[in-house]
Design a protein around this ligand. Sequence first.
Ligand SMILES: Nc1ncnc2c1ncn2[C@@H]1O[C@H](COP(=O)(O)OP(=O)(O)OP(=O)(O)O)[C@@H](O)[C@H]1O
Length: 242
Amino acid sequence: MDNILKLDRISKAFGAVKVADELSYEVPRGEALGVIGPNGAGKTSMFHLITGTLSANSGSIVFDGQDVTRTSAAKRCRAGVARSFQVPQPFTHMTVFENAMVAATQAAGLRERAAEKLCLEILEQTELMEKANSAAGALTLLERKRLEMTRALCAKPKLLLLDEIAGGLTEAECVSLVETIREIHRSGVTIIWIEHVVHALLEVVDRLIVIDFGRKIAEGAPHAIMESPEVQEIYLGIEADA
Ligand SMILES: Nc1ncnc2c1ncn2[C@@H]1O[C@H](COP(=O)(O)OP(=O)(O)OP(=O)(O)O)[C@@H](O)[C@H]1O
């Protein structure tokens, strides 16, 4: 199978806290993979390990056919890994378009004309074109989430990592964001999406993995995973025999 990403027995600890414990899984090119798990399970740390802002104590990471385990975050970004942050992190005094341009020029390495063209395409895709000249600091929460996606997409990723992008949105906003994420997935970008708003996740993902204490405790078809007694007990705090 053509995997864009393979984690092989990745471990990482901060003192006694294991954020990744022999974590292994593969992501086929083009897949939308959902990740769930309790608070503090190590999900965001896993994104840091994939992007290279954290380095693993052991194990290996192969991205797009290359072993990137010891590769810098900047090189992994150029190779096609991009992420959004749980708390949006735009340059607040710059406009939406300028924020996108930073990603297109610095992360994707495009020159001005090509960068501008890409930014306009992505702003169209993420439905932020009308806000292109607004200051990023003046956006609503939904718009800031859309800007997070815009910045990640302007890095021209092969793999897009979304970290709790639906958190804090109203139901209507969530529906609109899900539609955009679906479109991005349809355009051919592989997605790994960490999300506590499970119903939003289930609208998009092909497969789910569940992480607890840095370990993968379940993996499979989304609805089957959500219904499994082990997941209900560990993730939702419901007794398996209740
Ligand atoms: N740099 C660090 N130094 C020490 N401990 C850390 C560091 N980063 C994360 N941790 C700890 O590692 C654990 C896992 O954190 P992480 O943010 O990866 O979890 P998470 O599954 O994303 O949680 P949430 O769903 O609440 O966002 C937590 O106990 C956290 O406090």
